[in-house]
Design a protein around this ligand. Structure first.
Ligand code: HEC
Ligand code: HEC
Ligand code: HEC
Ligand code: HEC
Ligand code: HEC
Ligand code: HEC
Length: 330
């Protein structure tokens, strides 16, 4: 299909009115026949609700509503603004702040008005991701998400140091080390014990969208809301549309795993607060700390912010091995 760059309808309208007003008639060589404007646009803009449904879902997502896109300077802007993400994907200038930032939106993940065909909805990138903390991530369409939903590299615990410098309250893997956790890498693995993984990373070929963008429940969960929970008669329910292919009772599996993780997070939390390395609002306390305590704090934040259910076996072994080591006094 021919690629049209600017509003063809307006262009035609302006020329026609100019011709009418000036009363002149002119004849140039005829251009090639393009597709009629209405047909071109109505692939998407028509009486159907293909786009509208996604817009309504997106407008109920944290991507749209979260409001943290004033983090418009690098390195924050690469994950927190649409424009910053495009700079990273296309290799642009990261020394300038973003002017007029927007949150992650349709244009972050798709092309809008590029080919004017459904091809535009192919994902902007599905390339394997080199994680900031080291290691690679490859989970189909989930690669798009992993660019942003991964650990921030700046605070990784350096190898071979007995004492770790913690610079302030926001030290740690940041708020979304999901890609690291689901692929079973990036925890502090120096405590004795095994570190097995639940096979979600290898078994779920559709990546993050398979669970988060499953058949939507209205505009509360799934689809372009990407939420995993919805309210039904005052109860919070898990969106299970993406689980059922593999689990016959995903709700009870989720609840069992979640309660074990919560109990272990609580125990570790108490240990860290008593040791003084974490405060009661779950923020790090600045200072030079023994390596084991810093590793324990890392694992607590990593599992909490990465949501352990993504990889129950890995998350829970990180917690249990840490609790064992720190309460054994080594
Ligand atoms: C392949 C699908 C597709 C086609 C074909 C298409 N559009 Fe769009 N258009 C979109 C989407 C998706 C949006 C919404 C973007 C958003 O919500 O941020 C949009 C938004 C718009 C808007 C609202 C302003 C904006 O940028 O958000 C206008 C105006 C528009 N399109 C005009 C057109 C015209 C004129 C044509 C034909 C020449 C056309 N579109 C063809 C998908 C398409
Ligand atoms: C450009 C970076 C970026 C990409 C790509 C991205 N996200 Fe996000 N995501 C964010 C940011 C930033 C937030 C938080 C927004 C805010 O608080 O302002 C977020 C929020 C979310 C949330 C809600 C978290 C909450 O606390 O409610 C979910 C779920 C989510 N993303 C899933 C996904 C999935 C699934 C994909 C891939 C299909 C994806 N994201 C792609 C940056 C991104
Ligand atoms: C690697 C990508 C990435 C980078 C870099 C990044 N963030 Fe985030 N940040 C996220 C994602 C994703 C979320 C949303 C997590 C969620 O809601 O589950 C988030 C959440 C947040 C939140 C909301 C926390 C909350 O509890 O609601 C704040 C504030 C924030 N980031 C600040 C920053 C600042 C400041 C920087 C730069 C120093 C930064 N971020 C750099 C990905 C990133
Ligand atoms: C954070 C990334 C992200 C954002 C933001 C996003 N999408 Fe999507 N979109 C996806 C993914 C991933 C898929 C594929 C879903 C799947 O695998 O089921 C998709 C699928 C689609 C499809 C179906 C394409 C097909 O091949 O059938 C349409 C249409 C679409 N999105 C429109 C939109 C519109 C309109 C917006 C803005 C309102 C938007 N998307 C915002 C990630 C995103
Ligand atoms: C096996 C299905 C599944 C897959 C695959 C999956 N998630 Fe999740 N995700 C969940 C569930 C279930 C929760 C809710 C966990 C909880 O609250 O403890 C969740 C929670 C989240 C949250 C926090 C949402 C909130 O409301 O606080 C984010 C962000 C997120 N996932 C991002 C991702 C990203 C990015 C990927 C891919 C790298 C991914 N998820 C892959 C099932 C999945
Ligand atoms: C493509 C298949 C697949 C999908 C989709 C999938 N899982 Fe799993 N999940 C597995 C496999 C395989 C295991 C490991 C064997 C087992 O425990 O059943 C597992 C394990 C788990 C575990 C750990 C159980 C334990 O005690 O070790 C939980 C919790 C879980 N899944 C929840 C979910 C939820 C919730 C969803 C949907 C949001 C989901 N899974 C989607 C394949 C899948």
């Amino acid at each position: 299909m021919k690629r049209i760059k600017k509003g063809p309808v307006w262009g035609v309208a302006i020329i026609l009115s100019a011709v009418f007003l000036l009363g002149i008639s002119c004849k140039g060589p005829e251009g090639p026949q393009g597709p009629p404007g209405t047909e071109l646009c109505s692939t998407c803009h028509s009486d159907n609700t293909e786009i509208l449904a996604r817009e309504i879902q997106y407008q109920n997502s944290t991507h749209y509503l979260g409001g943290n896109y004033e983090r418009d300077y690098f390195p924050c802007a690469g994950c927190h603004t649409h424009e910053g993400f495009i700079v990273l994907v296309e290799g642009g200038d990261t020394t300038q702040s973003i002017v007029n930032p927007t949150p992650p939106n349709c244009r972050t993940c798709h092309n809008i008005h590029e080919t004017y065909t459904w091809e535009d909805f192919q994902l902007k990138t599905t390339a394997t991701v080199n994680l900031r903390e080291g290691g690679t991530f490859d989970m189909g369409a989930g690669n798009l998400c992993a660019n942003c939903h991964q650990s921030r590299a700046s605070d990784v615990i350096p190898s071979g140091q007995d004492t770790v410098y913690i610079w302030g309250p926001y030290w740690g893997p940041h708020h979304s080390p999901v890609a690291n956790l689901i692929s079973g890498q990036g925890g502090f693995e120096e405590f004795s014990g095994n570190y097995p993984s639940t096979p979600h990373y290898s078994a779920i070929t559709g990546g993050c969208p398979e669970c988060h963008m499953a058949e939507p429940y209205g505009s509360q969960a799934g689809g372009h809301t990407m939420n995993m929970f919805y309210e039904y008669h005052g109860q919070t329910e898990l969106l299970t549309a993406g689980c059922e292919e593999c689990h016959s009772d995903p709700v009870s599996e989720f609840e069992t795993a979640d309660s074990i993780l919560e109990a272990n997070l609580d125990s570790l939390r108490t240990i860290l607060i008593n040791a003084g390395i974490m405060d009661s609002t779950d923020h790090a306390v600045a200072g030079n700390w023994p390596r084991n305590l810093a590793g324990g704090l890392w694992n607590y934040l990593f599992v909490k912010e990465g949501h352990g259910v993504h990889n129950f076996d890995y998350a829970n072994s990180l917690l249990e091995n840490t609790i064992q080591a720190l309460s054994g006094g080594n």
